[in-house]
Design a protein around this ligand. Structure first.
Ligand code: ZN
Ligand code: ZN
Length: 247
């Protein structure tokens, strides 16, 4: 960059490089770049590195990065949840509990998952674990059952690794099925014309199973589903997502 283009790399360039290396699984190389940066790495650089640790299973590096992040951004619930996720994936439930206690002690609350979409001139809101009236309606159950039947035929299996509670598998499946982006998607399938794209905004990072679920729904329903989460836009179409499963 310096010799050919006469550009001095700034914080954003470093952030891109760290993100690229991390995503490719070269977490140690990414960490080296962070250590050698001429400027102070931002919280978002550490955050992207922590996410790479989650994707590629680097536990001890994740712990060191999380410790740093808890100092730089002590009130950012996302970092605590991310580390808790990493522990949960490794089956380290005592550590998951410790993180939850730390959050409680510091008064940090995990934001409730919330998704919304616009149909004609109305905004429809859905909260994770809520919408009982809608979920108990005949039309919801019919559409849900049809979807699941088709999706399972294509090979869909619920992945509950992002559920942060030490509860049995059936409960975990129940739990992820109540995520707000799914409620919003089923609502859109019922209330918008066949073939129309579905646009949903959600306030948290889409969890692993919702992401897989969306891919299958886009294939089964032949709809384009666009989900904007805290990190990016996901364009689901024909069983694939534009993010190539990195987010
Ligand atoms: Zn989810
Ligand atoms: Zn995606």
């Amino acid at each position: 960059m310096r010799s050919e283009f006469r550009i001095n790399p700034n914080l954003e360039h470093y952030a891109c490089l760290v993100d690229l290396l991390g995503r490719a699984g070269r977490v140690e190389d990414a960490l080296e770049v962070v250590k050698k940066m001429p400027m102070k790495p931002s919280g978002s650089i550490w955050g992207s590195l922590l996410n790479s640790c989650r994707l590629h299973g680097y536990l001890s590096i994740a712990e060191a990065i999380a410790k740093k992040l808890f100092e730089i951004e002590p009130t950012n619930a996302g970092n605590y949840v991310m580390l808790s996720n990493i522990y949960a994936n490794a089956g380290m439930w005592d550590e998951v509990k410790l993180i939850r206690e730390l959050m409680e002690k510091r008064g940090i609350k995990k934001q409730a998952g919330c998704s919304w979409l616009q149909i004609k001139d109305r905004i429809h809101n859905f909260v994770t674990g809520g919408g009982f009236e809608f979920r108990n309606s005949d039309v919801y159950r019919r559409v849900w059952d049809e979807l699941i039947k088709e999706m399972e035929r294509l090979g869909y299996k619920p992945d509950t690794r992002d559920v942060l509670h030490d509860i049995d598998e059936a409960m975990k499946v129940e739990w992820v099925c109540g995520h707000s982006e799914r409620l919003a998607t089923v609502f859109a399938l019922i209330h918008t014309g066949y073939g129309l794209p579905i646009r949903i905004t959600t306030n948290l990072r889409v969890c692993g199973d919702c992401h897989t679920w969306m891919k299958y729904v886009s294939e089964v329903s032949r709809r384009k589903i666009i989900v904007r989460d805290t990190n990016r836009f996901h364009h689901f179409e024909n069983g694939k997502c534009s993010c190539n499963d990195f987010w």
